[in-house]
Design a protein around this ligand. Structure first.
Ligand code: GDP
Ligand code: IMO
Ligand code: MG
Length: 455
């Protein structure tokens, strides 16, 4: 077995972070921070985590897998990560892939190689992976795709990255493979042989799929394991030590509250606990570790895949938003469904996660419209419903009630102070704050790291 790395060096010590004259990102942002999506994903979490990491020591992914796609733009360069925490773009920051993630080693190694080709080194000095993390195997991806394509119906519109089947095996236990298994090659061989044999029967019987060759899978994963071994660590222990020694930690939520397996719009959700509530089990820290809960929301709504979406605009408005916001999936390139802001859906997420700060992103996309609309409640069975119910039966039937606000014009991406925004855009932000019941501390006016307004 490869010994776990034990030495931890920080190019950026907390002394640096807290040095004299250091201005925190916001005066109130002391302590550790969880960043979480408040809608159906793609709110700009990658951009905001990268921004907040200017003054952080550690970034942690705690849920999901390569179904996520987080974009960061730095000095005109565009990067998209699926598994790597976006702290890899900040020298001296330690990145952690927590136990709550499902890891596709092929995707991770490709990401590492692609960044290396662009001059960014990802090594055990800036990345550690929990030995408890579960692995996405080829049959998980095969099953995900087969189920989605099945004539029997029941498709969710998944990313086909094998996410659901991997989490199902995690709960099943006997058929799971974890990062720790990569460190024991003989056991790995036995395990993969047994599981693939069983899985072939299921895949053949249910989906008439050709059998997989267990030895080839074993050899591929053995080689992945040899490359990944130096990164494997007891990351829960590390994080508790970091927190104790005053390192600043940012937890990088993936997906969003409305895609959470318990609290989202089930069954049209992903298979992980991707609200802020999932960070504790997904990284192995106690609740007192986190003081700030940064909710990220777009100025409108989008969704990829199936499921209810009360404010969807399958019309010129939706097309306007999609083209201006480049609303095409970061992972699958699928066109995203677009619509007006559903403030009640965001309020539901704010309340569930105890959001203390909000970043409102992509507000520049709404420029050029005569009017903008916000959903402030619903009509259901002739009654007014003034809160969001993540209940398919209700959501499929509700009719949004809208409030109309004046629009604004022009390119607002150069604004760096709130007062630089057109007064109608300022009014929009202030109205959103009241409707969702949380303070908008940051407004994002463009994809670049610097296109950000602090309030
Ligand atoms: P994530 O999954 O939440 O990290 O979001 P994605 O990266 O999937 O999608 C957000 C997209 O919006 C990316 O292409 C970002 O570069 C871009 N983006 C982020 N913030 C802004 C913004 O304020 N304005 C504009 N126009 N684009 C933004
Ligand atoms: P980020 O982190 C948007 C959606 C998929 C699908 C459903 C289930 O970039 O915001 P899965 O492959 O997870 O089983 O698919 O969840 N989905 C996302 N949509 N952004 C994401 O992540 C998503 N992760 C999953 O489109 O509808
Ligand atoms: Mg995304």
């Amino acid at each position: 077995m490869t010994p776990l790395p034990t030495t931890l060096t920080f190019a950026r010590s907390s002394a640096f972070t807290h040095q004299k004259g250091f201005t925190p990102v916001t005066p109130t942002l002391q302590g550790n921070t969880c960043v979480v999506g408040l809608q159906w994903g793609d709110e700009g979490k990658g951009k905001i985590v990268d921004f907040l990491t200017e003054h952080a020591d550690v970034v942690v992914r705690y849920c999901g897998g390569a179904n996520a796609g987080h974009t960061v733009r730095i000095g005109g360069e565009k990067y998209a990560t699926h598994l790597l925490p976006v702290g890899v773009f900040r020298p001296g920051v330690m990145n952690i892939i927590g136990n709550g993630v499902v890891l596709d080693p092929e995707v991770l190694l490709k990401e590492i190689d692609e960044l290396a080709a662009r001059g960014l080194a990802v090594t055990p000095q800036n990345l550690r992976i929990s030995y408890k993390t579960h692995l996405v195997m080829p049959y998980h991806k095969q099953e995900d795709a087969a189920r989605e394509s099945s004539a029997e119906g029941g498709a969710i519109g998944t990313t086909r990255r094998g996410i659901g089947p991997t989490y199902a095996d995690k709960m099943q236990r006997a058929t799971a493979v974890r990062v720790a298994d990569l460190l024991h090659e003989e056991n790995l061989k036995q395990k993969i042989g047994r599981i693939v044999n069983e899985r072939n029967k299921v895949l053949q019987c249910l989906y008439d799929a050709p059998p997989l060759e267990w030895r080839q899978i074993f050899e591929t994963y053995r080689d992945f394991g040899r490359r990944l071994a130096p990164f494997v660590d007891d990351t829960g222990h590390l994080l508790i030590e970091y927190a104790r020694s005053g390192k600043r930690i940012v937890f990088e939520g993936a997906h969003a509250v409305l895609l959470d397996v318990d609290h989202g719009t089930y069954p049209y959700v992903t298979s992980s606990s991707c609200s802020a509530l999932g960070l504790y089990t997904g990284s192995g820290v106690p609740p007192q570790t986190v003081q700030n809960f940064y909710g990220i929301m777009k100025a409108y709504s989008t969704r990829v895949g199936g499921g209810p979406f009360p404010t969807e605009q399958d019309n010129d408005i939706g097309n306007y938003i999609r083209e201006r916001g480049n609303e095409y999936g970061t992972t699958t390139r699928r066109p995203r469904r677009c619509g007006w802001l559903d403030a009640m859906a965001v309020k539901y997420s704010v309340d569930l996660c105890g959001i203390t700060h909000v970043a409102l992103t992509l507000i520049d996309v709404l420029s050029g419209l005569d009017h903008v609309q916000i959903c402030t409640g619903y009509k259901h069975n002739g009654q007014r419903l003034d809160y969001f119910r993540a209940d398919m039966d209700v959501l499929a039937e509700v009719e949004p009630i809208y409030e109309t606000l004046p629009g604004w014009r022009g390119n607002i991406s150069a604004a760096r102070r709130f007062e630089d925004l057109p007064k109608e855009a300022q009014q929009y932000v202030k109205r959103v704050e009241v409707l969702i019941g949380a303070p908008v501390k940051m407004v994002s006016v463009g994809p670049e790291r610097t296109a950000t307004i602090m309030r």
